[in-house]
Design a protein around this ligand. Structure first.
Ligand code: ARG
Length: 586
């Protein structure tokens, strides 16, 4: 348990004992105890306002503070000191004891320290990425993927059983457009013969369709015709559809592999949309929605202050909402979840509002467990980078560019020898830069992605953190460090770590478990990226002020090395949660 939670409980217990002594009714819950950080160091490390308890105690906050301090003094905690400060109870922690306890927990009780339990027993499904198959992944997907993958890892480390899923929207007019262009102009070419990554290849045909459409106003009609043929099961059309979808999905999977994203299950719209139709018809029978004069099936949502919503078209074909309706039901059948989180852009807020209402009308009790984790748009600063089509930025192209920029940086600093495989290192720096930049913005915010800024080695960036990790690794790999550590861990006097910079670093390490739990509770990885930045800055201060290998004596060096090891352990664990690759050297 971290210091804050420990003391909240301690203060809560003291408040209850004081109440009992006064033979007053009621009880105080630890959650109601507020903890603050006092503005000045001489005021101690933690401060607890007593205002919230004035009514219960029928006494003034300073009087309550005095009573609480008396109770704590009767049952002291190590060398910590509690004292009243006006309406507050403040606590000065014992630096030596706290340092010893925290570092020991991070190094020797890693399982408890790093693996939290707040979500133990919960089954959480996280849907993310969920691309269409007419073109490759783009910058927006990279934000989505980073959020979904990171959130899944965070939930899992808090004890949840997590199932990562992706729905591939592989059916509909969009893919038929790529198919039509290819069918009419492809001449049997393939991604292999064209030597193009297969999803990009399909994307190029989608772009080609846009060009065709401008010259030939019948092109959209022919694409519609292709969709009708597909729905009717026409052999040739289905074969083409299969082939092109495979190209896209294979290409996307390469990108997922490259970025460290994975799924426990893929759902395909072409498999689930029929279930959607079926369920819509069931709802129709129950009178939850109606068949209009034109034959379409529509739900009236005016009572919910929304519009009417078409669930099946007049020709019986299904829509985007139809498949989502079926997919949700199918997923719950497949894996009964306690929560399903949809990581999907904010422009689909209305869609999910409608979807959840429709499912609730069907009477599924699990509708209350559905959550749309909505995230904002991500754009590039004007003119920074354009994709081949000049509109959206392909994910692969962006990562290539980041990697090339990182590689140039490594070369310009003559660090190729040092890092081993320079290209591989550059790739990891690129991913660290990308993921950190995308995750440090709160999900709901729109953002600009600035490639150059994301790669800066100095500043609030992924590479800065990676560099910190590499620096600590290199300290620990030095011969002097090894000799010092060889003397055995048992005798390390962690209580020597009491200077201001060491103390700040120790407290930051101690705050890690709470940061992970907050990120899980709020479903917001940016709480972890800012934690990481804070930790790295604290380490930089410490390292600047406190010589590690050349401390005044070997005992202090050993203690500081242990502190370095603890920081490194936290960095590594947190990197993994926000999808930043760790580098031994860079
Ligand atoms: N494929 C959709 C799109 O690109 C996003 C799917 C989101 N997930 C969902 N269950 N509707 O717009």
């Amino acid at each position: 348990m971290d210091e804050k939670s420990f003391w909240k409980e301690k203060i809560g217990a003291a408040l209850n004992r004081a109440l009992k002594d006064l033979t007053m009714d009621g009880a105080v819950h630890a959650e109601d105890v507020i903890v603050e950080i006092p503005p000045k160091p001489e005021m101690g490390d933690l401060g607890f306002p007593m205002f919230p308890f004035a009514r219960k105690f029928k006494r003034s906050p300073p009087q309550i503070a005095a009573l609480v301090v008396e109770k704590i003094k009767a049952d002291p905690v190590g060398g910590a000191e509690a004292f009243p400060l006006g309406p507050y109870v403040n606590v000065k922690l014992d630096r030596a004891q706290t340092a010893a306890r925290v570092i020991d927990a991070a190094l020797n009780n890693a399982d408890d320290f790093f693996n939290r339990t707040s979500l133990r027993g919960k089954r959480i499904m996280v849907e993310f990425s969920s691309p269409n198959t007419n073109k490759p992944l783009h910058l927006g997907h990279l934000r989505n993927d980073a959020l979904g993958e990171s959130l899944s890892r965070i939930l899992a480390v808090c004890g949840a059983e997590v199932r990562k899923v992706c729905i591939i929207n592989d059916r509909g007019i969009h893919i038929c457009k790529s198919m039509l262009a290819y069918k009419e102009h492809g001449n049997g070419e393939t991604p292999e013969t064209a030597r193009v990554k297969s999803d990009h290849y399909v994307g190029a045909w989608y772009v080609r369709f846009s060009a065709m459409e401008k010259e030939d106003k019948n092109a959209p009609l022919r694409a519609q015709e292709l969709l009708r043929k597909w729905e009717a099961g026409d052999g040739e059309t289905v074969a083409l559809w299969k082939k092109m979808n495979e190209w896209t999905v294979d290409g996307m999977k390469e990108t997922y592999d490259r970025t460290g994203v994975s799924f426990d299950a893929y759902y395909f719209e072409s498999d689930t949309y029929l279930r959607g139709k079926e369920e819509v018809l069931k709802g129709l029978e129950k009178g939850l929605w109606v068949k209009e004069a034109d034959g379409s099936i529509q739900a009236d949502l005016t009572a919910e202050n929304l519009d009417k919503k078409v669930l099946l078209r007049k020709d019986g074909t299904s829509l985007y909402i139809t498949q989502d309706f079926g997919t949700a039901i199918l997923r719950h059948d497949d894996w009964a979840f306690d929560k399903l989180v949809y990581v999907v852009g904010s422009e689909q807020r209305y869609h999910f509002q409608v979807l959840f209402i429709l499912l609730a009308r069907m009477g599924f009790p699990w509708t209350k467990d559905l959550h749309h984790l909505s995230y904002g748009m991500v754009n590039l600063p004007e003119g920074k980078m354009k994709s081949r089509e000049g509109t959206v930025v392909d994910a692969d192209d962006l990562i290539d560019q980041l990697r090339d920029m990182a590689l140039a940086e490594i070369k310009s600093k003559d660090r190729e020898e040092l890092v081993g495989d320079a290209k591989q290192t550059a790739e990891k720096i690129a991913l660290g830069a990308l993921h950190y930049y995308l995750l440090q913005a709160s999900p709901e915010r729109d953002m600009l992605f600035d490639p150059k800024e994301s790669l800066a080695f100095n500043g609030n960036t992924g590479p800065y953190l990676q560099y910190m990790g590499a620096r600590i690794s290199s300290i620990l790999h030095k011969d002097e460090a090894k000799q010092l550590l060889d003397c055995g861990g048992a005798g390390v006097q962690l209580g020597l770590l009491v200077s201001d910079d060491e103390w700040e670093l120790v407290k930051t390490i101690a705050a890690y478990p709470a940061a992970v739990e907050a990120a899980a509770r709020e479903m917001n990885p940016s709480l972890l990226t800012s934690y990481l930045y804070e930790l790295s800055k604290r380490f930089a201060h410490f390292y600047h002020e406190c010589p590690v290998l050349n401390a005044d004596d070997a005992a202090l060096s050993r203690a500081r090395l242990a502190l370095c090891r603890a920081v490194l352990a936290v960095l590594r664990a947190a990197f993994n949660l926000v999808c930043i690759p760790f580098l031994e050297s860079m």
